[in-house]
Design a binder for this molecule. Structure first.
Ligand code: ATP
Length: 321
């Protein structure tokens, strides 16, 4: 039995490092990719997970496979392809710790997952399926992802989606929006950033835009992350704003994924479905997720910065809001 199977991207993040010589840049090689990061966060919270995706049959790909194995994330569904090189993302961090990306992906191995690589039996034995939009930008990974989503829904798994839109990876933004909205419609749990909500919803304002999303889909819950300001949540009967934690952020890479890992951990631990939870329960869950996100910003890289379960629990206990 697995807790979570996720389909999507696993890649290398090159994170900027201080260089001793003025004017020169240094980069540290870190494992990353939003969907893989979410599994890594869940694995640090002792959940049993497996990954479906492709990396290149090269030194980076082998490093990434080893990383998943070290985290005890199942790699039976990880393809090492000869069709393309492992996808690389260069991270740029500004003075406030906010980051942007330049991708080397033309095509990248993460787009090369095929429908035939999707293992129905693996998905069927999990409780929750997670996916994002990077595997929807190009074929054949797009069809492979939709196949995995269909299997998950047929086997009645909870489905979670994070659009995680990276504009430079899409041929045009209309396609990005259409694909993200289609992904949102398939999911029970949607996590998106405030900027993505503004991009996707015709209504403005958190309450109006999330109401529009709730009406268009079969969601149990929507979570809108707002950086250090925290997260707004909405279910059919509840909504609320949970403030973030004040920390010294050095690199926000992976904060959204750590947040989602924390949230899905809480969903898996809960005794009732999200749609029937009261406001206090939802607030407690989001507080835990906010703490996981905040702690991740205090170290560089995504996967190496993910906190352990005991660290998040201690942080929440010591920092009452
Ligand atoms: P991504 O685009 O990487 O998926 P995101 O935009 O969804 O990320 P953020 O909103 O940046 O994610 O962060 C997710 C959560 O992490 C926030 O809701 C917040 O709880 C926490 N967080 C992020 N940045 C900070 C920060 N600078 N200080 C404290 N907490 C933060």
């Amino acid at each position: 039995m697995l807790d979570v199977v996720a389909c999507g991207e696993l890649l290398i993040d090159f994170t900027p490092m201080p260089h001793p010589e003025p004017g020169k840049m240094a980069y540290e090689q870190n494992p990353g990719g939003a969907v893989a990061n979410v599994l890594a966060a869940l694995s640090r919270f002792h959940k049993k997970t497996a990954f479906l995706g492709a990396v290149g049959n090269d030194a980076f790909g082998r490093f990434l496979k080893q990383t998943l194995m070290d985290l005890e994330i199942g790699t039976d569904g990880l393809v090492l392809t000869d069709a393309a090189l492992t996808t690389l993302a260069f991270v740029h961090i500004d003075a406030s710790g906010e980051r942007s990306f330049s991708f080397a992906r033309n095509p990248g191995a993460d787009t090369q997952l095929r429908e035939a690589d999707i293992d129905e039996e693996m998905i069927a034995q999990a409780r929750l399926f997670h996916f994002g939009s990077l595997s929807l930008t190009h074929e054949p990974a797009r069809s492979a992802t939709w196949k995995a989503v269909d299997i998950a829904k047929r086997h009645k798994l909870l489905v979670s989606f994070d659009p995680n839109i990276r504009e430079s990876l899409w041929p045009d933004m209309e396609q990005a929006k259409a694909m993200a909205l289609h992904g949102i419609r398939q999911a029970d749990i949607v996590k998106l950033s405030e900027e993505e909500l503004e991009l996707l919803a015709p209504a403005s304002g958190l309450a109006e835009a999330t109401e529009w999303l709730m009406e268009t889909c079969r969601h149990q819950a929507i979570f809108v992350t707002r950086g250090k300001a925290g997260c707004y949540f909405r279910t059919e009967k509840e909504q609320g704003m949970v403030p973030g934690y004040a920390v010294d952020a050095v690199d926000t890479t992976g904060a959204g994924d750590a947040f989602l890992g924390g949230l899905l951990y809480q969903v898996l631990e809960a005794k009732q479905p999200l749609r029937s939870m009261d406001n206090d329960t939802l607030t407690r869950m989001v507080r835990f997720a906010n703490a996981a996100g905040a702690l991740t910003t205090t170290r560089t890289g995504a996967i190496p910065a993910l906190p352990a379960l005991a660290d998040v629990e201690r942080f929440v206990a010591e920092n009452r809001i």
